[in-house]
Design a protein around this ligand. Structure first.
Ligand SMILES: [Fe+2]
Ligand SMILES: [Fe+2]
Length: 161
């Protein structure tokens, strides 16, 4: 990031980078959980869930990439290694039911995981508030990711009903 780009960031950059790194870890855990369930879900109705899981996995990967770009722009580096990701993540796992025929249980676990993501991004936005001018670019990025997490949760809750 250039001189002016850095100059307009009015928050504790070190603290912001730590928050973004934790969210970055969450995104990779979510990505893996979606890719895993897309292959493992079975029984009637499962192809629809598998397809949805693949699609959302792509969006979580995008979130990880967007967060990575911002972390690097701010002068941070990316955590390396699965253990490290697990250590710093806010949402460490998706609690799938033992029976992977239990589609309702799977949907509930995914909705719960998305609720965790929503909380994380909402907290970051609150941290950047009340004056989002403290870091306009990060604010808009997090707002964009948060709106997708809200849509993810809703898509599972609609299927549960
Ligand atoms: Fe995400
Ligand atoms: Fe999500």
């Amino acid at each position: 990031m250039g001189r002016k780009g850095r100059e307009i960031v009015k928050v504790d950059v070190g603290e912001l980078i730590e928050l973004l790194k934790k969210a970055y870890a969450d995104e990779w855990i979510a990505y893996y959980a979606y890719k895993w369930i897309a292959k493992m879900v079975h029984g009637p109705g499962s192809p629809h869930i598998a397809e949805l899981a693949e699609k959302i996995a792509e969006e979580e990967e995008e979130h990880a990439n967007e967060l990575a770009e911002r972390i690097l722009e701010l002068g941070g580096d990316l955590p390396y290694g699965i253990e490290k990701l697990y250590e710093i993540a806010n949402c460490k796992t998706v609690k799938y039911p033992e029976d992977l025929n239990d589609l309702k249980g799977i949907l509930e676990a995914l909705a719960e995981a998305e609720a965790c993501a929503i909380e994380v991004y909402n907290k970051i936005l609150n941290w950047l508030s009340p004056c989002y001018e403290k870091d306009v670019k990060t604010f808009h990025l997090i707002e964009h990711i948060l709106s997708e997490e809200i849509a993810h949760e809703e898509s599972f809750e609609n299927l549960i009903e």
